[in-house]
Design a protein. Structure first.
Length: 70
């Protein structure tokens, strides 16, 4: 699985006892993004007990994210 880096994690509570996270992961071009997504969701569930997650995976050579300023 191609390792990269991530940024912009957003963590919050939907309601009492229900945590959620949003994260953007970058991987090397040609990486298996499906495997990265599955692994990230497994880690969030198994290590942090977070089952509500939005995980965005894209290659490091994609430049669109750098243009977002929010």
């Amino acid at each position: 699985m191609g390792h990269g880096h991530g940024h912009g994690p957003g963590y919050g509570h939907i309601t009492s006892g229900l945590d959620a996270i949003s994260v953007h992961l970058q991987v090397r071009p040609g990486s298996d993004s499906h495997a990265v997504l599955d692994r990230a969701r497994d880690l969030l569930r198994d290590r942090h007990h977070i089952t509500h997650a939005t995980v965005q995976v894209e290659p490091t050579d994609h430049t669109g994210c750098k243009q977002v300023l929010w």
